[in-house]
Design a protein around this ligand. Structure first.
Ligand code: RIB
Ligand code: NA
Length: 309
């Protein structure tokens, strides 16, 4: 069985509070809505790709608990292949405490739990599938070694890789750049990785050039309402890909919607120019910011204009 998109990454139960603003240290404030949702950057990206209509498989680990059982059902409900979803009694399913303010901005604390126990044993089991996939996607909510090993496995088998260095760490192992066909991060991650400010399109252009020098195939820096900047290896000038203005309710997981869509296009339309894929992924992510939650807000193929396919 061959998959279009495989994700080696995280699953988190999102515990979300909507409040007028984010609280300060030591402060208690009233929020107005609480809900529990399916999240985690890896799973979010996988679910978005699946909803656009490609064959997906998730390689991850959840706890042998209520949240883990529910998560496996969620993958099945979304048509994601679950043979590589492991369950452990040694740690709890990952959890994310999320606060969303009136502007739709968020602050998140994740406790990765079972996600950190995904390791080379599980990767070995998934290797036959990984080696036949079209696109492999990784992030940084599982152990660094596991992410890097998965990306190397893909690269050795000529499988296209998308790496999303999120949440970002300042001294990322330089090998991560070399194993990334597309290195895709947001402005704050780009800032942390380059050590320079990335607050506008101009600065994002410079950051993309710096990141490309480190050895990846192409760089995409997402800029929220400003769209994104795309820099391809063969070209020295970055391109700004703007997006359409929408009314933002909750931006949580918008970057994951973008990456899931990008993975979909790379698998489904491999010869499409990267800027065009990014342009379309912008439109998909723009739908996600108009509703609350992460996966709850991700569009299906049927919800989107036909020209995106
Ligand atoms: O990128 C959004 C995701 O980050 C949330 O779903 C949360 O689980 C955290 O992992
Ligand atoms: Na959303």
């Amino acid at each position: 069985e061959a998959f279009d998109v495989m994700v080696v990454g995280s699953c988190m139960t999102d515990l979300v509070s909507q409040a007028p603003r984010l609280p300060k240290a030591g402060e208690t404030i009233h929020g107005h809505k609480f809900f529990i949702g399916f999240g985690g950057k890896g799973a979010n990206q996988c679910i978005q790709a699946a909803r656009l209509g490609v064959k997906t498989a998730m390689v991850c680990k959840v706890g042998k608990d209520f949240f883990g059982d529910n998560y496996i059902q969620n993958f099945k409900d979304n048509g994601v292949h679950t043979d590589f979803v492991g369950q452990t009694s040694d740690a709890a399913t990952g959890a994310a405490s999320i606060i969303v303010n009136k502007a739709g901005e968020n602050a998140i604390v994740i406790v990765a739990g079972a996600n950190m126990l995904l390791g080379s044993e599980e990767l070995q089991k998934a290797l036959p599938a990984i080696s036949h996939a079209k696109v492999l996607v990784c992030q940084l909510e599982i152990s660094l070694q596991t992410s890097l090993q998965a990306l190397r496995m893909a690269q050795e088998n000529n499988v296209k890789t998308i790496f999303n260095p999120a949440p970002a760490i300042p001294d990322l192992d330089p090998d991560f750049y070399r194993v990334s066909d597309v290195f895709c991060c947001n402005e704050s991650e780009a800032e942390l990785l380059t050590g320079s400010s990335v607050a506008n399109v101009e600065e994002a252009h410079r950051a993309s050039q710096e990141l490309l020098k480190r050895g990846c195939g192409s760089v995409i820096i997402t800029l929220g309402p400003q769209g994104c900047v795309v820099l391809k290896a063969q070209e020295s000038t970055p391109k700004h890909v703007p997006t359409t203005a929408v009314t933002t309710v909750d931006t949580t997981g918008a970057g994951d919607s973008f990456i899931g869509a990008l993975a979909f296009y790379m698998a489904h339309c491999p010869i499409m120019p990267l800027e065009e894929m990014a342009h379309r992924a912008n439109q998909v992510a723009a739908v996600s910011v108009q509703a609350i939650g992460t996966q709850t807000s991700y569009p299906f193929k049927k919800d989107l204009p036909a020209e995106l396919f």
